[in-house]
Design a protein around this ligand. Structure first.
Ligand SMILES: Cc1ncc(COP(=O)(O)O)c(C=O)c1O
Length: 324
């Protein structure tokens, strides 16, 4: 029985869903949404805050500041509230309303930028805003999830060993890429493991994380409008890019089976099931990582008007959501 006195002291790291009955392939989904921050970002937030406390960057007078599309902001809001730090989150107009309200409920200040950067995303604008704040007042401490090595170390220390423990014969691992913290932590861990594991990075069409043309992306979490500074492609065996329409159909397909997940899970599961349909053999063991759950996406991915406005009518035809 876990008994805790700080919200970040609890995280369910040992929950996997067997998707064979839903998707007809041998794929296990590692669920990272069962903690008080509701996402995998709790791990990176914890590790980065503890690192900054250890090296003396973060002191009781500090004001934490971070650019986040939402989930890291919620995790930092929770940790800041628990430890007594002030926190300002710089996000953008793609951040879900419920995520923003959650940060504010936890006592954080939220600043929303609305100007697109030259790659058609908001990241450049968000980072410029954070840099401006840091230059204006030296109480601001920017953990910088995009460059902070504690981000990937969190997954090297926790996410990857949790998978390794349950799947000693793992063959392929599917990991969504935002900052590339999860990807690099897991990829570095499995590079040193007792058997080869195919590391498949999953990105969304329109993201420039691995190169390619920038394009419209409406689902937060996955994808970047710049190359992730933490990314080292020598650790990545393959990259799969997923269209947002496929992400959404996969989210709805999971929801019809009672599993309500966020957009990045739909993206990763879509990539993994397509890959397994091409390469899977009956004895191959594959795991995909589900970064969060679906409640924060009720007014977007799970809302018919939002879907029809952005992607047109009929994208959720039952034949596509419930293939026989
Ligand atoms: C929902 C969701 N999925 C995926 C990711 C990507 O994780 P990472 O930043 O470790 O690459 C994030 C990160 O913000 C996220 O919030």
């Amino acid at each position: 029985m876990p008994v805790i006195s700080a919200p970040h002291a609890f995280n369910e790291g040992n929950l996997f869903i067997d998707l064979e009955s839903s998707f007809g392939c041998r794929l296990y989904l590692k669920c990272e949404g069962f903690n008080f921050a509701g996402s995998i970002k709790l791990k990176a937030a914890n590790e980065m805050v503890e690192g900054a406390e250890r090296d003396g960057t973060l002191t009781p007078d500090s004001i934490l500041v971070e650019s986040s599309s939402g989930n890291l902001g919620v995790a930092l809001s929770m940790i800041a509230a628990s430890k007594g730090y002030r926190f300002l989150c710089v996000t953008d107009s793609r951040c879900n309303l419920s995520t923003r309200l959650l940060m504010e409920a936890l006592g954080s200040e939220v600043h929303v930028v609305a100007d697109l950067d030259t790659n058609g995303g908001f990241l450049g604008t968000r980072l410029d805003y954070v840099r401006g704040l840091c230059a204006s007042d030296d109480r601001y401490v920017w953990l910088s999830q995009y460059t902070n090595a504690q981000n990937w170390r969190a997954h090297f220390r926790t996410t990857a060993p949790e998978i390794a423990e349950h799947f000693p014969r793992l063959d392929a691992l599917f990991i969504g890429t935002g900052t590339a913290g999860t990807l690099m932590g897991c990829a570095r861990y499995f590079r040193e493991w007792h058997r080869p594991v195919r590391i498949v990075a999953v990105d969304s069409v329109g993201s420039v994380a691995f190169g390619g043309e920038p394009g419209r992306r409406m689902i937060p979490g996955l994808g970047m409008s710049m190359r992730p500074p933490l990314l080292d492609e020598t650790y990545v065996d393959e990259v799969i890019r997923v269209e947002e329409a496929d992400t959404i159909r996969t989210c709805h397909r999971l929801a019809r089976r009672g599993f309500l997940f966020g957009g990045s899970t739909g993206t990763v599961v879509s990539a993994a099931t397509a890959w397994l349909a091409r390469h899977g053999t009956p004895d191959l063991t594959a795991v995909a990582i589900a970064p969060d759950l679906g409640e924060r996406y009720l007014d977007t991915i799970y809302q018919t008007n939002w879907l029809e406005d952005l992607y047109g009518d009929g994208m959720l035809d039952s034949a596509q959501v419930n293939p026989s």
